[in-house]
Design a protein around this ligand. Structure first.
Ligand SMILES: [Zn+2]
Ligand SMILES: [Zn+2]
Length: 347
């Protein structure tokens, strides 16, 4: 006589913990892990980006690093499987094929399970959206960097190019794959930067004018239609200010060194009065040079508010009034720029 109702497995006849199959038979009947026989991955042969569904993503990972994860993605576990683990060994068969040998383990209803399977890894190559646009010479804009009534200085050229490259790197790192620079050319007029999106074009002109002052204008041009949408190309024209920092200019009867330029005003250091002040650009008569290109000249004497400076080119000593703000010592050199016959002493 039993007080507990005995339960037996209908399949193997062993005592069962619950109604129906015992744990062993249940585990044996459950498809606890299944493997797809092949998985594919698409990558760009030019830049290595990978495609998932229809989205390209940049990656630094090599095929050998990706292969085990790709193989693991072929395994589908029953939700009740615990302590899942997959060991993978990959063998390359051809440039387009690899074979992965998987040992899959886990526990189901307290029982340890193990199985092996083989997964074929297929490596598709396809040119990504970005490389496709670059090789197809697709672009959405050109940034033209110019200076107002003068050439760009080598420093401005280099800095503008560096600003553009930095903006490109940060946009690409942020996932804006099509915000690329496809070309950067120095021309006689300045710098031309061909860009893949209007967004990067705008950021570049803003970055350059933030650094150097000046202004930009945008000139859209309709170039066609794609999928019912009008296609524009934009020329962004950047004009750097006519005067640069450290330019030495003539204002009326005095000379001044440019300290800062914005769109309306120029801040100068007046070399006569020895102080900074703000002027309008049209007060400048002309530019005589840049203080960075000044050369040394010998101060022969200082006497009675005058100083004698030896002209380094002619060897003749000329007399100039010594301004009260100037700390100049006889017997030493000062830095000068030449304006015709006149030597202009820098600060
Ligand atoms: Zn059983
Ligand atoms: Zn690519």
């Amino acid at each position: 006589m039993t007080t507990i109702r005995d339960r037996f497995c209908p399949k193997c006849g062993r005592p069962a913990e619950t109604d129906g199959l015992c744990m062993i038979c249940r585990a044996a009947e459950t498809p606890w892990a299944a493997c797809d026989t092949r998985v594919a991955r698409t990558h760009c042969p030019s830049c290595g980006a990978t495609k998932q569904v229809n989205t390209w993503t940049d990656t630094e990972r090599e095929q050998a690093e990706i292969a085990p994860d790709l193989a693991r993605s072929a395994v589908h576990f029953h939700p009740n499987v615990k302590k899942r683990s997959i060991a993978v060994e990959v063998r390359d068969i051809s440039p387009n094929r690899s074979r992965a040998y998987l040992t899959i383990t886990g526990t189901l209803y307290g029982l340890s399970m193990e199985k092996t399977c083989t997964v074929e890894l297929v490596w598709h190559k396809e040119q990504c959206d970005r490389c496709n646009r670059i090789t197809g010479s697709y672009y959405e804009g050109i940034v033209q960097v110019r200076a107002d009534q003068r050439d760009l200085s080598p420093f401005e050229l280099q800095s503008a190019a560096a600003i553009a490259t930095q903006i490109e790197e940060s946009l690409i790192a942020g996932g804006e794959r099509l915000s690329f620079i496809s070309d950067m050319t120095e021309s006689r007029d300045g710098l031309d930067i061909t860009v893949g999106s209007q967004h990067i074009g705008l950021l570049i002109v803003q970055g350059i004018t933030a650094q150097f002052g000046g202004r930009y204008t945008t000139h859209p041009k309709l170039v066609g239609e794609k999928n019912g949408r009008q296609l524009f190309r934009i020329t962004y024209l950047v004009r750097l200010p006519r005067y640069q920092r450290h330019d030495v200019v003539r204002l009326g009867r005095v000379y001044a060194e440019v300290e800062q330029v914005d769109s309306r005003h120029v801040r100068v250091f007046d070399l006569s009065e020895g102080r900074s002040r703000s002027i309008k650009e049209d007060e400048i008569l002309r530019r005589i040079g840049n203080a960075r290109n000044a050369q040394p000249a010998f101060v022969a004497y200082i006497a009675g508010g005058m100083m004698g400076i030896l002209d380094p080119e002619t060897g003749v000593t000329k007399e100039y009034p010594k301004k009260p703000w100037q700390t100049i010592v006889a017997g030493e050199n000062v830095q000068v720029l030449r304006d015709g016959d006149i030597l202009v002493v820098m600060r």
